[in-house]
Unconditional design. Structure first.
Length: 56
């Protein structure tokens, strides 16, 4: 049986990308938001955040 770990939403603005990450692993800080000028930078921020969740 699979377990939902994250809900991730990505939005594109005029000259930025925004990501909303809802974690089902960390109830003490379930919602994190990131904003970047490039999609690649946004993905790097998201991966770093998820890796930090799994280090704890």
């Amino acid at each position: 049986m699979s377990k939902k770990l994250y809900d991730i939403e990505i939005f594109q603005g005029f000259n930025y990308f925004k990501l909303k990450n809802i974690s089902h692993l960390t109830p003490e800080k379930p919602l994190r938001e990131f904003k970047a000028s490039s999609f690649e930078e946004l993905m790097e921020q998201m991966v770093k955040d998820i890796l930090e969740d799994h280090e704890e």
